[in-house]
Design a protein around this ligand. Structure first.
Ligand SMILES: [Zn+2]
Length: 166
């Protein structure tokens, strides 16, 4: 809802006219026009949200979408050691968890969900240790470069399978 509101230029005082036009014949319905036909009058009315803030928020929204995608790089590598399924990422209370797809669908797997931050940390430590690196945070390039797959046995036992070991 908030993102919808903040994407609406009316809030920064821009008037957009001509979004609809009366059709040629006497139809009652309004017809949507092409964006090129709109007349856009900036500063038409006093802004409800300051334009700088509006622009900043637009950038933040774009950034948070990008950040979300960034979070997904690990999930494609995960394998359940119990049933070989992949994983979903779910939020519960304040934490993200990875949960085995088969467990999630109640198809018989008993693997407990693993907290995302804990798994990230385990994988990071493992990579740093293995390749004598000192990364503070996981990133997509690091995972793509070294990691073939990550087997989850339980929340304390994770096996990182490296491309170089295959
Ligand atoms: Zn499973």
């Amino acid at each position: 809802m908030i993102s919808k509101i903040l994407k609406n230029e009316t809030y920064i005082g821009t008037l957009i006219q001509g979004k609809f036009k009366k059709p040629v014949r006497k139809q009652k319905k309004m017809v949507k026009t092409d964006k090129e036909d709109w007349k856009i009058v900036e500063n038409h009315h006093e802004a409800i949200i300051d334009k700088d803030i509006f622009d900043t928020v637009q950038n933040m929204l774009n950034f948070s979408i990008a950040a979300q995608d960034e979070e997904e790089f690990l999930i494609s590598k995960l394998e359940c050691a119990e049933c070989n399924s992949g994983f979903y990422r779910k939020k519960a209370k304040n934490y993200y968890y990875y949960i085995c797809k088969s467990k999630y669908r109640k198809l018989g797997c008993n693997l407990q969900p693993i907290r995302k931050d804990i798994l990230d940390e385990l994988v990071l430590l493992n990579i740093n240790d293995k390749f004598k690196l000192t990364y503070k945070k996981l990133n997509k390039n690091l995972i793509d470069k070294y990691v073939d797959s990550i087997k989850i046995y339980d929340s304390n036992e994770v096996e990182v399978v490296y491309k170089s070991d295959k």
